[in-house]
Design a protein around this ligand. Sequence first.
Ligand code: NBP
Length: 467
Amino acid sequence: MNDIGLIGLAVMGQNLALNIVRNGYSVSVYNRTAEKTKKFIEERVKGEKITPYYDVQNFVKSLSRPRKIILMVKAGNPVDEIIQELLPYLQEGDLLIDAGNSHYNDTDRRLEKLSHKGILYLGMGVSGGEYGALHGPSIMPGGSLKAYQMVEEMLLKISAKTEDGPCCSYIGDGSAGHFVKMVHNGIEYAIMQSIAEIYDIMRKILGMKSNEIGLIFHQWNEGKLSSFLVEITYKIMQHIDEQTQKPLVELILDKAEQKGTGKWTAQAAFDLGIPTPSLNLAVVARALSHFKKEREILSNLFGEKNRIAGDRSLISDLEKSLELSMFSSFSQGLWLIHEASIAHNYKINLLEILRIWKGGCIIRAKMLDFIKDILKENPQNINLLFSEKAMNFIKDKIKSVIRVTELSRRSGIPTFLLNSTLDYIFSLTESHLPANLIQAQRDFFGAHTFERTDEEGIFHVEWQPLE
Ligand code: NBP
């Protein structure tokens, strides 16, 4: 009898299985396509306690009870299909763990359906890509506490470790784990976009070559910006294509793909009414990049842009710009998680989220310690801005972002993320927004009513008729 079952032997599943056995557990594995299972066993399993199965029934039979089965399959219908296949062989008290990037609504639906059959279910976010899955990811499990406790010991063992402990914590009820993982990805999109914009300015305004840009990111990674995404950026900049001997990044087509978690984050933010402009615009920027042919035609129509030549003193402004955009992306993401926690009754502890994001995951960053300090001072300060510490940090960086965005605008370089960072902060620190005019317009054309600043109540007036 094996301790754990794992279904789905693509890159994440293979690595997670190897991580689990390295930590002292025996694992049964199954994959829909048998060839992949055979290949995995032949090429990557070297005497570890991993047993392959080629049919679901024997796979389930091989597990000690209550059974614990991790699903690492493509999100969406595949998860429902594999659950359907498993159900005839499962018994009350068995536990299914969906470790893929499932939409939180799907997780709630599956939890509800399976609870009627006595099957326990966890929706578990796993971050860290293939490296993390093998060496220790950041793990975000949500569902019933009882279900979590059945696998807690193993999850703590296989997760990444920092000086603050294992990067795994029970996130909360229902789909809390998948919701937090989704927002993690939304923040990831935003940080990636801000890094990309800064790279663009370095090459177009400062005329820097990829290897020089890599060196700057390398330096930044030694300082306050130390993070997974900054680290991989300098490694990417230094990667030379064997065939052409050019930096590979310069040969990669500028069309960014996406699998949906960034879009879902923006949709959830719209649904809950939380402003996450940077997270939303990171999705817009990827979508816009897809129109390569149109961009080529329009760039000819528009004609040459007048690129302002900047000097290297801009580099410290770029560093501060990245710091502020990273901070504001976390601010927006945490606010969204907090609001969702109330709306869905997740009972999420934001400090725990920050702790488990410190290691193993794609958005791990030294800055999380600073963010944790702000939140510890006042746990109600969920978007981080209501603090002197945060305001001092913002004021120290904001002039740099203004300088960088002014220069890039005058040079015709798009900076969705850097602009949205400014607009997010400027809007939240503005006591008078022009929303009064919007309310008047709504009342004019739709009798939608408005409130007044000088009187309590709901008002509607007969505006001047149209000519
Ligand atoms: P993929 O997301 O590419 O999924 C491939 C796996 O799903 C294969 O094992 C495939 O089996 C299986 N599968 C499919 Br497709 N349809 C199935 C079905 N109807 N029934 C059973 N199995 C089915 O793999 P991945 O990149 O390893 O990611 C796994 C999960 O982890 C996804 O939800 C992903 O979003 C999430 N995730 C990925 C990363 C990453 O860096 N890649 C990071 C964090 C989370 P087959 O071999 O028979 O086609």
